[in-house]
Design a protein around this ligand. Sequence first.
Ligand code: FBP
Length: 550
Amino acid sequence: MNISALQKERAKYQPKLPKSLVGAVKLVEGAKTQSVADQKDIEKLFPNTYGMPLITFEEGEVKKDRPAINVGVILSGGQAPGGHNVISGIFDGIKKINQESRLYGFLGGPGGLVDHKYVELTAEIIDEYRNTGGFDIIGSGRTKLEEEWQFDKGLEIANDLNLNALVIIGGDDSNTNACVLAEYYAAKDAGVQVIGCPKTIDGDLKNEMIETSFGFDTATKVYSELIGNIQRDANSAKKYWHFIKLMGRSASHIGLECALKTQPNITLISEEVADKKQTLEEIVEYMAGIVAKRAENGDNFGVALIPEGLIEFIPEMKVLISELNDMLAEGSETEKEFKMLKKSHRNEWVAGHLTDDSAKVFKSLPSGIATQLTLDRDPHGNVQVSLIETEKLLGEMVKTKLEKMKKAGEYVGKFGTQYHFFGYEGRCAAPSNFDADYCYSLGYTASVLISDGKTGYMSSVRNLTSPAEEWIAGGVPVTTMMNMEKRHGHMKPVIQKALVELEGAPYKYFVSKRGEWAFTTQFVYPGPIQYFGPSEVCDLTTETLKFEKA
Ligand code: FBP
C-alpha cells in the first residue's frame, strides 16, 4: 500500500496510556450504581446488568498464565477519528494478557455480526492502521442491533469463533443497543460479554463518567483550522460573509467548540434557539442586525457558524416539518393529490393545506428550500433535515431582510455571501495526539474489563485535561446512563443524549464574549493539527473540556 510521508512517521507514534494501564492492572469496584432517571423501569428491564459497581483500575500485581481471550469488534455509525486506535488498544491489551488471544473485526458495522461477515485482525493488519483516521480497517454501518433474531444470529457466530466478548464502538444509540445485547446474553447465560466504547464527532455521548466521546477533539480541530483559514481570507479581502454549516446531527457541541477556538462573528446554538423558542424570523433578524452593525464600521465581511441540526430546534419549523410529513405520507390521499400537480403549482397547494401558522413559515422560505422540504424524504417518509442547506436558507433570508432594511435606511453596505458545509472532511482525519491516546486507552481498557469477565460496561477514561499518565481508566455500567424516552410511539430505555447545557461553563463563556466577537474582528486562527512538536500544541484538547473541568 502507498502511504503518505506523514502516515509513515505517524505509524511510529506510541499512544500514551494512563499509569494504571501500563503494567499489571488491578480492578477496584466502587459503589453500586443506578440509572440517571426512571430507576424502577430500567432495573426491571435490565435485571442482570443493573446496579453493577463503577470500576476503576489501579496498578496491580502481575498475574501469570491468564487464559487467552477472543474478542469481536464492531464499528457502528458515523466515522470518528481514532477508531483504529481503539481497535489497536484492544488488540495489544488482549495479546498482553495472552499471546494466543484473537481479535475478529465484523465487517461493515453491526450488520457484519448478523450476517457473519468478519475478518481476523492480525498484527500485520493492525500495524497498518495504527494512528490513522477512518474506519476502513473493517468498515462501519448503521444497521441497528435491536431485534432478538439479530442477537441470536450474533450468538451463533460468537459461538463459532469461540468469542468471549464483543466490543461495540458507537454513539448513544449503538451503546444503548450494546446494553440491551449485554442483558440478553447475560439472561441467557450465553457466555458472551458486551463492552461499549464512546464514539461520535458530535460530542453528545457524555456524562460524569464519560467526559467526551472520541473523535470530537480531532474533528473540531480540523473544522477550526478551516474556519480560521476562511476568517483570514474574509479579513484579507473584506468582501464576503461566509455562512458555514457544521456537522452534528442534533447537538451544537461542534459549533460551540469551534466558536470557542476561532471567535467568529456569529454562532448559532440550536439548544438556545429551542430554549428561547426563537422563530426563523427572529434568527434572521439577529444575524442581519450584526451584518448591518458591522457594515456601519465599513466591515462588509464576517463569518457565521450554523449547526447542522438547527432546523429541528426551531419550534415553528418542527411543527411545519411534522405537518409536511403527515401531508405527504406515502400512499395518503393528500400525497396522491400532490403528485398529480404540476411542479410549479405544488408549493402554493402545500401552503393551502397547512395550518395558518405553518403556511406563514412555509411561504417565508426561499422557494428552493420550500420545494426541498416537500421532496427529499428518508425511508420512513420523513423530511431529510440533514439535506436542507440551512446555511443557504439563512443567507438568502438575511439578504432579503437587508434589502428591506436598506429601503428603510437602516442599512448601508454590501452583502456578498459564500457558503460552506464542514462535515465529512473532519470525520476521518488522522487522530490528534489526544484522540490517538484516548482511543488507545479506551480499547486497552475494554480488554481489561473483558479479561475480568465484565459485561454491560462502557470503557471509561477520565481526568482528561491532565496529562495522559494521570487519566483515570475503568468501566461504567451502561445502565447508569439510561432513561425512558418515547421512540416511534413506545417508551424505550435509551442513553440520554447530552445536548449543549445552557447553564454549562463553555456556553456561558461563549455568551459573555459573543457580543465583542460580533462587532469587532477578533478572529483566532488555530492552524492545522500538530502531530510533532512541543506538547503545548500537540497535546492540547478541547476548549469544551477545559471549561467543563475548570
Ligand atoms: P454518529 O452519531 O453515528 O457518530 O454520526 C455522526 C454524524 O457524523 C453526524 O454528525 C451527521 O449528521 C451524520 O453522522 C451523517 O451521517 P452519514 O454518514 O450517514 O451521512
